[in-house]
Design a protein around this ligand. Structure first.
Ligand SMILES: Cc1ncc(COP(=O)(O)O)c(C=O)c1O
Length: 393
C-alpha cells in the first residue's frame, strides 16, 4: 500500500504516454556502426545537410557581439513579422496583414499554439495516414482526439472533401490538418485539391490547419498556400527545411485575427518569447535566396538520381516524388516488417532509412522513407549499396 502511494508520487501522467519514434532505434544502430569505424549513408533524418544561409549566420554573429539579446515581443520582432508577411505577397501574391503573423519556436510550437487556441479538450481532428506522427501525439497530449483517415495513391495520399465528409458523418470533426508537400510521402496537393478540401471543411464548420513547412521545396508543380483560399485557416510554417535552420528552432504561423490575441497570451505564458538570436538570423535568411535555391537544385538532382536509380536497384515502387525531400518506397515485395527491413539494410548495406511504421500503423510495415537532403555522391552510393544488397538477397 505504502509502495503504491510512493509510486504515485513519481508516476508520469497518462497524457505524457505518447509513442516514441521507431527511427531512433535505427539511428542508435547507425551510431554504433559509426563508432566501430563503419560508414553509414544517412537517409533517415528529415533535415537539410546544409547550414543556414551565410546572411543568417552573419546576422547572428553580429547580434551576438553587439546586443544583450533580451526577450522580444511575444508575437515576434516586428521587422521579422513584416518580412514574413511580405513573403506571402512575393511568393503567392496574397496580402497577409502583418498583425496575423506570429513567430514561433519552430512549427512544433506552432502546432501546440494552434491546437490550444482552436480546440477544446475532446475535440476530434482529422489527420491523413500516412502522416507526420507528432500531429497525432501532440493532439492526444493536449486532450484532443486525432482521427486518422487512410489515404491512397488515388488521391495522391491527400485527404479530399469526400473523405472529410464521410469521417465527419461518422462522428463530428472540429478540425482537419493538411500538409503539402507532405511528410513522409513527399507528395503534394494541387491547388484545386487544396481549395476543394478547404471549401468542404469550412462549409461543414470544420477548422483547417495547413502545415506548409516544406514550402519552397516543390519540384512537380508550385506549392499553393491555404492563405490563397481562406483567411480563416491557420497556416503553420518554419525556417527548418527550405531555410536550413532546423536547430535554430524558429518558425511562424498565420492565424485569423480573432485567434492572434489568445495565441499571444498562450505564447506569453508558455514561453515569454521566441529565441531572439534565431529571430534575427531568420529575418536575414530571406536574403540568402541564391544560396537556398542552389541547395534546392541539389535536392532536385538527388531526386533524379533516386527516381532513376532505385528501380534499377530493385526498389521500383514508390509514391510520386513531388516535393519536400522524401521518397516513400513500397517494400512489400521484400518484407511485411519495415522496421526489421530498415535494420537489416543498415547492418548489411550501410544505408539508414526510416521505417514506415512510424508514420502509418497499418500499411507502414510495407514502406520505407528515404530522405534525399544529403549529397549527390551519397545518393549514388546508396543506390549502388541497396542494389548490391537486394541482389545478394
Ligand atoms: C511535416 C512536418 N511538420 C512539422 C515538423 C516540425 O519541424 P520544426 O519544429 O523544426 O519546424 C516537421 C519536422 O520534421 C515535419 O516533417
Amino acid at each position: 500500500m505504502m509502495l503504491d502511494a510512493a509510486r504515485r508520487l513519481i508516476a508520469p501522467s497518462r497524457r505524457s504516454d505518447v509513442p516514441p519514434f521507431m527511427v531512433m532505434d535505427v539511428m542508435a544502430a547507425a551510431a554504433k556502426i559509426e563508432a566501430a569505424g563503419g560508414r553509414v549513408i544517412h537517409m533517415e533524418v528529415g533535415q537539410p545537410a546544409a547550414a543556414a544561409p551565410r546572411a543568417a549566420r552573419e546576422a547572428a554573429r553580429k547580434a551576438l557581439d553587439s546586443g544583450p539579446l533580451g526577450y522580444t515581443e511575444t508575437l515576434g520582432i516586428a521587422s521579422l513579422r513584416a518580412r514574413i508577411a511580405r513573403h506571402y505577397q512575393e511568393t503567392h501574391g496574397v496580402a497577409v496583414p502583418v498583425e496575423r503573423v506570429i513567430v514561433t519556436t519552430g512549427s512544433s510550437a506552432g502546432f501546440i499554439l494552434a491546437f490550444l487556441s482552436m480546440f477544446e479538450t475532446g475535440d476530434r481532428v482529422a489527420v491523413a495516414t500516412p502522416g507526420y506522427p507528432p500531429y497525432r501525439h501532440i493532439l492526444r497530449a493536449l486532450g484532443c482526439e486525432p482521427v486518422p483517415v487512410e489515404t491512397t495513391s488515388a488521391t495522391r495520399f491527400a485527404l479530399t472533401g469526400a473523405m472529410l465528409k464521410a469521417a465527419h458523418a461518422k462522428t463530428p470533426l472540429a478540425g482537419v490538418l493538411v500538409a503539402s508537400p507532405a511528410n513522409p510521402t513527399g507528395t503534394m496537393m494541387t491547388g484545386e485539391a487544396l481549395a476543394e478540401l478547404i471549401g468542404v471543411a469550412e462549409g461543414l464548420g470544420i477548422r483547417v490547419i495547413s502545415d506548409e513547412i516544406y514550402h519552397g521545396l516543390d519540384y512537380a508543380f508550385p506549392a499553393v498556400s491555404a492563405a490563397q483560399f481562406s483567411d480563416r485557416a491557420v497556416i503553420i510554417n518554419s525556417f527548418s527545411k527550405y531555410f536550413c535552420m532546423t536547430g535554430w528552432r524558429i518558425g511562424w504561423m498565420i492565424a485569423p485575427e480573432p485567434l492572434v490575441r489568445p495565441i499571444e497570451r498562450l505564447q506569453g505564458n508558455l514561453a515569454i518569447s521566441v529565441p531572439t538570436l534565431s529571430q534575427i538570423a531568420a529575418q536575414a535568411a530571406f536574403d540568402g535566396r541564391a544560396e537556398l535555391e542552389a541547395i534546392k537544385h541539389g535536392y532536385e538532382e538527388n531526386r533524379r538520381i533516386l527516381v532513376e536509380g532505385l528501380p534499377r536497384a530493385g526498389l521500383d515502387k514508390f509514391l510520386p516524388v513531388d516535393g519536400a525531400f522524401y521518397l516513400y518506397a513500397d517494400v512489400s515485395r521484400f518484407t511485411n516488417d519495415s522496421l526489421d527491413f530498415a535494420k537489416r539494410m543498415l547492418q548489411e548495406a550501410g544505408v539508414a532509412a526510416t521505417p514506415g511504421v512510424d508514420f502509418d500503423p497499418t500499411d507502414g510495415a510495407h514502406h520505407l522513407r528515404f530522405c534525399y537532403a544529403g549529397s549527390a555522391a551519397d545518393m549514388h552510393e546508396a543506390v549502388e549499396r541497396i542494389g548490391g544488397w537486394l541482389k545478394r538477397g
